[in-house]
Design a protein around this ligand. Structure first.
Ligand code: PGA
Length: 267
């Protein structure tokens, strides 16, 4: 594990993935409380980005609030269609998200890979759709418990990464965010140790350097996700290769998420 220094020029990213929680009215209240708590926390806004990722049906309400109150937080979506607008019932096009002011979109979350049978090929197509609409993908990768126990977790995660980015060159992937989320640590209260997160973040960065060059590897932000809370985030993001967290359960309450952001930035 290499300690982060103040020289790191990658901005810390703290993204709260609400999953299928909070309807649009609850979303307004949650974002308001988050904004107040962040103000109280006197977070150094130049040192981090705070992002909320609500369900699709909340995004317009969040946009109205963020723009109306000139909040500095950003927001995004939990998924996107691989298709351009057209006859795809139930899908949401990337350009629709851009029009709603989204900055980020989570792609390839393990819950979607499992529940919706999303393959790496589909994930790559979604990354392409997002990039072409100027959305920043937060591409999720990570191993199962069995793979971790069999010690194939690094190879599995790096293969998933490569396949989810098949066909891109370095210039197309500028700004990409990768979230390392071991499936066994999501929503279970089990957190990978800071050393586990650091090991995988370093392996991902090394693979990016090999495939796309040092410039791309050094500018890509790599997050850790899986049961991150206010009391474990500082240790996780202390590593030089870990540039923030993708947070599920602990992002649902505005004040709790603000406390987590404060703890992460304090380090
Ligand atoms: P969790 O979820 O923080 O509730 O474990 C993380 C995620 O799925 O992104």
């Amino acid at each position: 594990m290499r300690k982060k220094t103040n020289m790191s020029d990658r901005t810390l990213l703290l993204a709260g993935n609400w999953k299928m929680n909070h309807d649009h009215l609850e979303a307004i209240s949650s974002v308001q409380k988050l904004a107040w708590a962040l103000e109280d926390a006197k977070l150094d806004e130049s040192r981090c980005e705070v992002v909320v990722i609500p369900p699709f049906t909340d995004i317009r309400s969040v946009q109205t609030l963020v723009q109306g109150d000139k909040l500095w937080l950003k927001y995004g979506a939990q998924d996107v269609s691989q298709h351009a607008p057209g006859a795809h019932t139930g899908e949401i096009a990337a350009t629709f998200l851009t029009r709603l002011g989204c900055s980020y979109v989570v792609i390839g979350h393990s819950e979607r890979r499992a529940d919706n049978h999303e393959t790496n090929e589909v994930v790559a197509a979604k990354v392409r759709a997002a990039l072409s609409a100027e959305l920043t993908p937060i591409l999720c990768v990570g191993e199962s418990l069995q793979q971790r126990q069999e010690k194939t977790h690094v190879d599995f995660t790096l293969d998933q990464l490569e396949e989810s980015l098949a066909g891109f060159d370095a210039s197309a992937l500028e700004g990409l965010v990768i979230a390392y989320e071991p499936v066994w640590a999501i929503g279970t209260g089990e957190t990978a140790t800071a050393a586990d997160a650091a090991e995988m973040a370093a392996a991902i960065r090394a693979r990016l350097a090999e495939k796309y060059g040092n410039g791309m590897a050094e500018s890509t932000r790599i997050l850790y996700g899986g049961s991150v809370k206010a009391d474990n985030v500082a240790e996780i993001v202390a590593d030089a290769d870990v540039d923030g967290a993708l947070v599920g359960g602990a992002s649902l309450s505005g004040p709790d998420f603000a406390a987590l952001c404060k703890a992460a930035v304090a380090k």
